[in-house]
Design a protein around this ligand. Structure first.
Ligand code: CU
Length: 483
């Protein structure tokens, strides 16, 4: 879809539509009663082998292009990707590596790449000001000097991020380190990336993206849950430990991940790296843009059993999310194998940040009477040239995201830093197991105030925003400058 057509579909620029009584009342009823889309298509047999994106080094080229992929049936349909088929390759680098990636944009619309989770110079970060026009290219060059972790890349085009990501533009960026290697975690075929995304798929098999005004508020939920672009996927596994590197790459859908046999699993990492120690859990709620590094012990299960990764019902994220449980991926326990992996009791220490008295508060509020975007941070919607916050280079600060009066969940993402979650007040009222390490995206549920702490080590202009991509495109994003 052309950007202007997409905007037309959304009704941007039409203040009368935004503020008309009819739209308001339908928005309100949708919010109050909740109308989360049931992913019915994922019931029944999981018959498609899980596709694994190919792995490339940090010296590569990516082409943003129209391509094709068989999604629901054997016939291929038009999608977007960075090469052949939907999504992009997994880029795998070692801490200290120099990265040199040429992006050629073969779309008719402009695009760019934001390296979500990487602490790199501002002019390489994919700010919405830094566009790669149609049929032009850009060389992303930076060095990676951060801890091992699962990051990802995707376009960051103001008002078109959601449509480009939903149509297929996303990929993983894994940083390794010697420190991580020394943990001897499951690797090779036993380390499996899982990009979980929901898609609404039209009758002709193509991915549909056309949110209504109500869906801009609730988030655009799809009926089909794909993993690595695979519909109804299965993975044959052995009776041993596996490491799963999970990305919630959906535009808005939040997952409450668990195993169908209620087995416990171990969280060993989050967005930006490995935790100080494994956290034993039965479920984890993961918002858009968040990542999870987990170990699952299949040695407690029997050959012939089928266990699913599923999303459990949850009620903490507002009415528009999470009222139906559904399966995501089936694990077929296929082979008996002696499990030699021993779960370490400690992993990688997370350093304590210097204490600070500098605190900024960001109120997350919806303003349905607004003509320039309904989702606001401190009463403002995104404006490209305006610097909203100025931060001193080298300083450590606490940022509080205040959603205490909100009805919607907001996964808040800050560019150019890794932060630590230091407090959650209201709502769930705790720092969760997967929040005990470095993060760059934190889920702020309705009724919550969440505080994160970080040291600003890179100068330049960055953005922070809600990673519900409908909210982000609606303007829930501000600029900050570090200097
Ligand atoms: Cu939001």
């Amino acid at each position: 879809m052309k950007r202007k057509d997409f905007l037309k579909t959304l009704g941007f620029g039409s203040a009368s539509l935004l503020t008309s009584a009819g739209v308001l009342s339908s928005c309100m009823s949708g919010m109050n009663h909740g109308d989360a889309v049931v992913p019915q298509v994922n019931t029944g047999l999981f018959i498609n082998p899980l596709k694994i994106p190919k792995t490339v080094s940090g010296n590569t080229s990516l082409v943003t292009q129209n391509t094709s992929e068989a999604l629901l049936s054997a016939s291929k349909v038009n999608v977007l990707g960075y090469g052949e088929g939907i999504l992009g390759p997994t880029i795998r680098v070692k801490k200290g590596d120099n990265v040199n990636i040429n992006l050629l944009n073969k779309l008719s619309d402009h695009s760019n790449i934001h390296w979500h989770g990487l602490k790199i110079p501002a002019d390489m970060d994919g700010h919405p000001d830094q566009m790669v026009m149609s049929n032009e290219s850009f060389n992303y060059k930076f060095s990676v000097n951060q801890q091992a972790g699962l990051n990802w890349y995707h376009p960051h085009v103001h008002k078109s991020t959601a449509v480009q990501v939903t149509q297929g533009l996303a990929g993983l960026f894994i940083v390794e380190s010697d420190e991580e290697k020394s943990l001897a975690l499951p690797s090779g075929e036993f380390e499996v990336p899982l990009i979980i995304q929901d898609k609404r798929i039209a009758s002709d098999g193509t991915i549909k993206y056309s949110p209504t005004m109500m869906e801009i508020m609730s988030g655009y939920l799809g009926e089909n849950i794909l993993v690595n672009g695979t519909h109804k996927p299965f993975l044959d596994v052995s009776t041993r430990f596996y490491r799963f590197r999970i990305l919630n790459g959906s535009s808005a859908r939040i997952y409450n991940l668990s195993l169908s046999n209620s087995a416990e699993f171990y969280v060993i990492g989050s967005d930006g790296g490995i935790l100080p120690q494994p956290e034993k859990v039965k479920n984890v709620i993961l918002g858009s843009g968040e990542r999870l590094d987990i170990l699952v012990d299949f040695s407690t299960m029997k050959v012939g059993e089928v266990v699913s990764l599923k999303s459990e019902t949850f009620f903490t994220m507002g009415n528009a999310q999470g009222n139906q449980p559904f399966d995501i991926l089936a694990f077929n326990i296929k082979r008996q194998e002696n499990n030699t992996f021993k779960l370490p009791s400690t992993l990688i220490p997370v350093p304590k940040l210097p204490s600070t008295s500098i605190k900024r508060v960001f109120t997350l509020k919806m303003d349905m009477m607004s003509s320039d975007g309904m989702h606001k941070i401190n009463g403002k919607v995104f404006k490209s040239g305006r610097i909203d916050e100025t931060v001193t280079l080298g300083s450590t600060e606490i940022w509080e995201f205040d959603n205490s009066t909100g009805d919607e969940a907001h996964p808040m993402h800050i560019h150019g830093v890794m932060f630590q979650v230091v407090a959650r007040m209201g709502g769930r009222n705790v720092i969760l197991p997967h929040e005990k390490g470095w993060k760059d995206t934190v889920l702020v549920a309705p009724g919550e105030k969440v505080q994160v702490a970080m040291t600003f080590e890179i100068s330049g202009k960055f953005v922070f925003h809600c990673h519900n991509l409908e909210h982000e495109d609606d303007g829930m994003m501000l600029n900050f400058e570090v200097k």
